[in-house]
Design a protein around this ligand. Sequence first.
Ligand code: NAI
Length: 462
Amino acid sequence: MANDYTVKDINLAAYGRKELNIAETEMPGLMSLREEYGTEKPLKGARIVGSLHMTIQTAVLIETLVDLGADVRWASCNIFSTQDHAAAAIAEAGVPVFAIKGQTLEEHWDYLDKSFMFPEGCNMILDDGGDATLYVLLGARAEAGEDIIPVPTSEEEEVIKKQIAKRMKESPGWFTKTRDAIKGVSEETTTGVHRLYELQRNGQLPFPAINVNDSVTKSKFDNKYGCKESLVDGIRRATDTMMAGKVAVVMGYGDVGKGSAASLRGAGARVKVTEIDPICALQAAMDGFEVVRLEDVVDTADIFITTTGNKDVIRIEHMREMKDMAIVGNIGHFDNEIQVAALKNHKWTNIKEQVDMIEMPNGNRLILLSEGRLLNLGNATGHPSFVMSASFTNQVLAQMELWNNTDAYKNDVYILPKHLDEKVARLHLDRIGVKLSTLDPEQAAYIGVKPEGPFKPEHYRY
Ligand code: NAI
C-alpha cells in the first residue's frame, strides 16, 4: 500500500538514515543477530505489531526484525517519545509506522490501531508498557460484553473506549479474532510486565508472554545505566538549569531510581531518595544517599523526579508546598506518578515543547517536564544506542522464541533462559574492549558450572 504510514515529515528520512547508520555501530547485539540469522530468516511469517518509543534505536530494532524475515508495523508507546527523523527513515524503508512527536492521546490510540492493520492480520506483539496487548484484550472483552479492566488514567480510559468502539463498528469481531491469532507477546518494561503478571494471576492471559524487562541484560542495564545517562540529559535539554549544588529528590530506588540518583549525583546535585521498600531504602542509604520522606523535603528541594511505576507519588498537596521554580518530572512509564490532572485548572505557560511553567495558588511557579510523561524520552532522546542494543537483542530473541517454539509455552509469563541472557552480554563486550577471563575445567567443576556457562544459578541477583 502506498504511503501506509503517518509521520511528521518524510523529508526527514535522510537525516534519520544517517543517525541510524551511526546507531548501528553502537548496537553490536542487534547487528550480530542479523549476521547470525539474516539468511535463515527465523521470523518468516511473523507479522509483528510493535508498540515502543519510535526512536533511532528502535529503528535499528525494526530493521533487525525485518532482516530476520518478519513483517512489521509500528506505533510509539508514548505521545512525546517519537524521533520524527527515525520514523521518517523507517517509513521510507517501507515499514508502516504511525508516530509523531507530540501526537494527541486520540492519535496515539488511533495510530496503535493502524499498526495492527496487516492485510492478513497480526500474529505477534512487541510491547512496551502493554498498550498493544491492552488494546486487543480490552476490545475482546468489550466484544464479549464484559467489563473492561482498569487502564492507567481516567482521561485515557475515555479515549481508549472511543477507539475500541470505532474499531468494533468498522470491523465486528476483529478484537476476538486478533486475540486468538496472536502467538505471543514480548514486553519491554517493568510497568508492562506488572500488567502481564496480573493478567496471568487472574487467568486472563490469552497467549504466552516473555518478560524481556527481567532479563538481567535489560533491567540491570537499560533501566539503570540508561537512566544514568538519559535523566540528566532530559533535564538539561528542557531547562538548562545548573544542576551542581541543587537538591534533587528521587522517588523510588529500584533499577530506574538507582540510575536516576546516580545521574543527578554525577551532575553534582545533592540527591535525596524516598522509598517504601526497606531493602531499597537501605541500599540507597548505603550508596550514600539520604533517605527521606517527601513531606519533609518538599519545600526545600529544587528538582523532583519520580521513578516508581506507582501512581499519585507527587500529589497536589506536595506541589503546593514546593519552592518557586522547582522542577518536577517523571521517568517512570506512565504520567500518573505525578498528579498532573490536578494542575489542569492552574495557569500554564508553555515555555517550549514538553516544558511548561505552572503557577500555583501561592504565586510560586513549577517547571513541569513532558506533562509528567517519561522525561528522558520526552525532553531528550531516551537511552543511548549501546544500552538499547542489549534490551533489543533480548526482544529479538524473545520474538524468535515465541514464534518458533510456540507449542513449548503455556499462556504464562516467561523469562529468557540464562544462557541467552549471558549471550546478550557477551555480544556487547568487544565493542567496549572487555577481555573476559575463562574458567579451566577444574575451576568450573569447583564452582559447579560449565566452563562455557551459565555461570550463575537462577536465584543469583547480580
Ligand atoms: P522497580 O520496581 O525496580 O523500582 C520501583 C521502586 O519504586 C521500587 O523499589 C518501589 O519500592 C519504589 N516505590 C513504589 N512506590 C513508591 C512510593 N510511593 N514512594 C517511593 N518509592 C516507591 O521498577 P523499575 O524497573 O525501576 O521501573 C520503574 C518505572 O520506570 C516503571 O514504570 C518502568 O516501566 C519505567 N522505566 C522507564 C524507563 C525510561 O527510560 N524512562 C526505562 C525502564 C523502566
